[in-house]
Design a protein around this ligand. Structure first.
Ligand code: 4AD
Ligand code: MG
Length: 464
């Protein structure tokens, strides 16, 4: 006789007068004079709570309802009425309340209204019960759906690239080995571990990027993308690095660097516009408690064209900056996060696309420009984060690619399949990778990347 509803749709179009049932967790209980209690119930479907009014005529009022504390799981059933008081439009007049699970106040850690993010990190199994971490989870989910929609609307095919791989796409040697060998009895040959006796008959690792495999499918299906977890054993203990992070990587045949940049700009704008229209309450929460400049920052991305400069121009700008950076600025050295943020935050005050980096600091697959010194690469830098996207046009010329493989000290035999893509039906193609957590950071204003992935993995930390 009670109709079950989740709180989000209930509050969106309140069916006043209806007998409803809601299931969720108690956020607060307040006892009023005159023998009744107010309960705030949250079921995770949205930020807002439902106010429930329970009075002493209920048979379990003294025995259970007055013992409810923050975190208890309950079912409440009753009649939805317009609320006579300010603060909420509707409330549920309780006729039945069932307790599913108690949460003893003496031990349940989430009692305060505001806990520090550092404290919450020590309990990743409980932190999604807070308003801010639940809001991040909903934004993350909305962004994942939006990215699939973006590519589906443009006819891209979603390809599942492997997590276990035998290549090192970025060539940075930051891979985690995947092995089934007995670590206490490693087989060796010539003083080295003999991986020929391992599960795959050779050394395998967790992927750092799905790009090379995405190229295989782009050169058959035209436009594809992959979206999945990637892994880097990079000892960077910063607020923007994870050892396990999600990356979305589109790859397009018959596409050059300019097409690639245009798609990346359109993509970033589409995603942020989706969050703005679908997660308004969450953004207001972040703006209030996390980052007061959030709405302005989103508008700054959505309402302007991105700036576009070459790496060489960027180096000139930085040299003329009239300030000393921790890392010296020098043509041929990679841009550091302080340089990237200076360009986006102070010089252009909007996202900046930096193109044509020196070949020596970029991976083997990037297309060599006519000057023979730079490659057709692009990084997109945004205020507050620095690099959010990295991409390039790929080297489609067989001879040039082979020379790059050799020059980078890679074994040709390991890349024959990749060279085949250039031996047979090679075509200009390009793509990029966007760090999904950096996007969620940008969309929420969260200062630390550890707050935007449910279970962060960083150097020295992989509990739960
Ligand atoms: O610039 P990266 O290393 O590019 C690639 O992996 C290319 N294969 C992508 C492609 O062209 N298909 O990484 C791409 C993005 C970065 O711009 C950054 O946003 C993110 O991935 N990223 C990380 N995010 C969190 N933690 C880390 N350790 C990250 N390393 C890179
Ligand atoms: Mg990069």
């Amino acid at each position: 006789m009670f109709e079950f509803m989740r709180i989000a749709p209930l509050l969106q179009a309140p069916p006043i007068g209806k007998a409803l049932e809601v299931k969720g967790w108690v956020r607060t209980r307040r006892d009023a004079k005159g023998d009744f209690s107010f309960l705030e119930i949250n079921d995770g479907s949205c930020l807002a709570n439902l106010q429930v009014v329970a009075d002493s005529t209920l048979f379990n009022y003294e025995g259970e309802i007055k013992r409810l504390t923050t975190g208890c799981a309950v079912r409440v059933a009753g009649d939805l009425v317009a609320s006579p008081a300010k603060g909420q439009a509707v409330e549920l007049r309780c006729r039945e309340l069932t307790v599913y699970g108690w949460a003893p106040a003496e031990t349940y850690p989430l009692q305060k209204k505001h806990h520090s993010f550092e404290f919450l990190r020590s309990m990743t199994h409980l932190r999604p019960r807070t308003n801010s971490l639940a809001a991040v989870a909903r934004v993350r989910s909305a962004l994942s759906l939006a990215l699939h929609r973006f590519f589906a609307e443009r006819g891209f095919c979603y390809v599942h690239t492997p997590i276990i791989t035998t290549n090192d796409c970025e060539g940075a040697g930051e891979q985690f080995t995947v092995t089934a060998l007995d670590m206490n009895k490693l087989p060796s040959r010539d003083g080295l571990v003999d991986f020929s006796r391992d599960f795959f008959g050779r050394q395998a690792s967790l992927t750092v990027s799905g790009q090379l495999e995405a190229e295989v499918y782009a050169l058959a299906l035209g436009n594809v993308y992959t979206f999945g977890p990637t892994f880097r054993a990079e000892n960077s203990n910063t607020s923007r690095h994870l050892a396990e992070f999600w990356m979305v990587e589109p790859e397009m045949a018959f596409c050059d660097l300019t097409d690639d940049i245009n798609l990346a700009e359109e993509f970033l704008k589409y995603l942020l516009a989706s969050v703005r229209s679908e997660c308004g309450a969450e953004l207001d929460l972040f703006c209030k408690f996390i980052d007061p400049a959030l709405h302005d920052r989103l508008a700054m991305v959505l309402d302007q064209d991105f700036a576009r400069i070459t790496y060489t121009e960027a180096v000139e700008r930085l040299r003329k900056a009239g300030r000393t950076f921790d890392f010296p600025v020098q043509w041929g050295a990679d841009l550091q996060s302080e340089h990237e943020r200076y360009l986006a935050e102070e010089v252009f005050k909007r996202p900046v696309v930096v193109t044509d980096y020196p070949r020596v600091i970029k991976p083997f697959y990037m297309r060599i420009n006519d000057d023979n010194r730079t490659v057709a690469a692009m990084d997109i830098l945004v205020p507050g984060i620095g690099e959010i996207i990295g991409g390039s046009q790929r080297e489609e010329r067989y001879d040039v690619l082979l020379a790059r493989i050799t020059e980078n000290g890679l074994r040709q035999a390991d890349y024959e399949w990749y060279l085949d893509l250039r031996r047979y039906g090679s075509a200009p193609h390009a793509g990029f990778g966007m760090g999904f957590e950096r996007l969620v950071q940008f969309a929420t204003g969260m200062a630390n990347i550890r707050e935007v992935i449910p279970f962060p993995r960083t150097p020295g930390a992989a509990a739960l």
